[in-house]
Design a protein around this ligand. Structure first.
Ligand SMILES: Nc1nc2c(ncn2[C@@H]2O[C@H](COP(=O)(O)OP(=O)(O)OP(=O)(O)O)[C@@H](O)[C@H]2O)c(=O)[nH]1
Ligand SMILES: [Mg+2]
Length: 365
């Protein structure tokens, strides 16, 4: 855990991150409360803070824990997501180069929306913040377009022409006050746009921060405010106040409090589920006496990509992948036993890894 000025560039303390996410929202929406729920850190909330916070969260996974009980490895490594809590979004902040740079560097945004207290208006708050992101992107796109126009007047260049054409599309979309995350592009165009790290292009998790009275019915908030159905977005809810306090308690006490409030799972588990769903992430596992580890892929990624995620050499010298569903392996008791029972399947480079599979890479390296 580190504190850092919001206006300095924050760098990841760990190189092995599965994802980076930025927490944004209006003043007092509950951003720091959410950060505490995620990172179990002890921070003061409610001071109109000008500090940014950076924390790495180990993604809880019962499947990995059970595999680790079987293999008793020296090391168990959960997936890791870095969260960045920045001061409230405002026109001023969005003009700060370092504030922008921090947000541009994340893979997804979590927008904390006030759904507690008097007259909550999540749809309005979401529209306001989305508009700020859109205007910031528009400024950025226009600046680049002007430069491209100057350069293209001097010399023709196919690459620059393509960039010019894609940015024109993006600008028209932004001018109609729509976020880039719902602009349809082909894969070459998408790659171009991604290079600019536009804020409104990032997948977005809307996190409704509800009052205590909504604790037993958090799943219903999404319907109440009708926030579903937007492309590349997902909706989750927390009770910021109580859940950030519960996050500071020892595990046994936490369970008791959660039950008392009618909370069915921890805020961390709920938010991780929504984040994985938003990103289209699946988990695969690698197991040995040395290390049991959760790896992250997006749905549709292959055995070769899993190998590369474990070790670049494994991908280079890839022969075959042996795959087995985590609970089949657990019941068999060992990889050898699973192999004997025909539970291990031999797959090639192009095989699409499924959520919950243990992947054993055979390589010639
Ligand atoms: N009643 C109620 N108050 C809340 C809830 N969540 C947050 N608050 C209030 O809002 C204050 C701010 O919460 P924070 O998590 O610090 O909000 P923030 O978005 O980080 O605020 P800034 O960083 O100042 O923009 C808290 O101290 C609470 O007083 C909630 O669920 N219920
Ligand atoms: Mg804060």
């Amino acid at each position: 855990m580190r504190n850092a000025s919001a206006f300095r560039s924050l760098r990841a303390p760990h190189s092995e991150l599965d994802m980076r996410a930025g927490i944004i929202g209006l003043p007092q929406a509950g951003k720091t409360s959410l950060f505490k729920i995620l990172t179990h850190s002890h921070l003061a909330t409610g001071f109109g803070s000008h500090e940014a916070h950076l924390g790495v969260v180990r993604v809880p996974d019962r499947r990995l824990d059970e595999l680790a009980r079987l293999f008793k490895p020296e090391k168990t490594t959960h997936a890791a997501i870095e969260f960045l809590d920045v001061p409230a979004i405002s026109k001023e902040n969005l003009r700060e180069a370092s504030y922008l740079a921090n947000l541009r560097n994340v893979d997804a945004l979590l927008h904390v929306v006030r759904a507690y207290g008097a007259d909550p208006a999540p749809a309005r708050d979401i529209a306001d913040i989305d508009l700020e992101l859109i205007l910031s992107d528009l400024g950025q796109a226009e600046k680049r377009i002007e430069k491209l126009e100057r350069d293209l007047r001097k010399a023709k260049d196919a690459e620059l022409e393509h960039e010019f054409q894609v940015l024109g599309k993006a600008r028209r979309h932004l001018e109609s006050e729509k976020p880039l995350r719902d602009l349809e592009l082909d894969s070459a165009e998408k790659k171009r746009v991604r290079g600019f790290m536009f804020l409104s292009e990032k997948p977005m998790l809307y996190v409704l921060n509800a009052g205590d009275e909504d604790a037993p019915s958090l799943e219903q908030l999404r319907q109440r405010y009708q926030l579903g159905g937007r492309p590349h977005t997902e909706v989750a809810a927390v009770c910021g106040q109580i859940e950030s306090e519960i996050a500071e308690l020892p595990e046994g006490e936490a369970a008791e409090y959660m039950a008392g409030y009618g909370l069915k799972e921890s805020g961390l588990e709920r938010l991780m589920g929504a984040t994985y769903h938003l990103m289209g992430f699946i988990s695969f596992f690698t197991v040995s006496e040395k290390e049991c580890r959760a790896g992250t892929l997006t749905r549709g990624q292959t055995a070769l990509e899993a190998a590369a995620a474990v070790h670049t050499d494994f991908a280079k010298h890839f022969i075959r992948a042996e795959v087995v569903q985590w609970d089949d392996l657990l019941r068999a008791g060992s990889l050898a036993a699973a192999r004997d029972r025909g539970l291990l399947r031999l797959e090639g480079k192009e095989y699409q890894v499924q959520d919950g599979q243990v992947v054993y890479i055979r390589h010639s390296g």
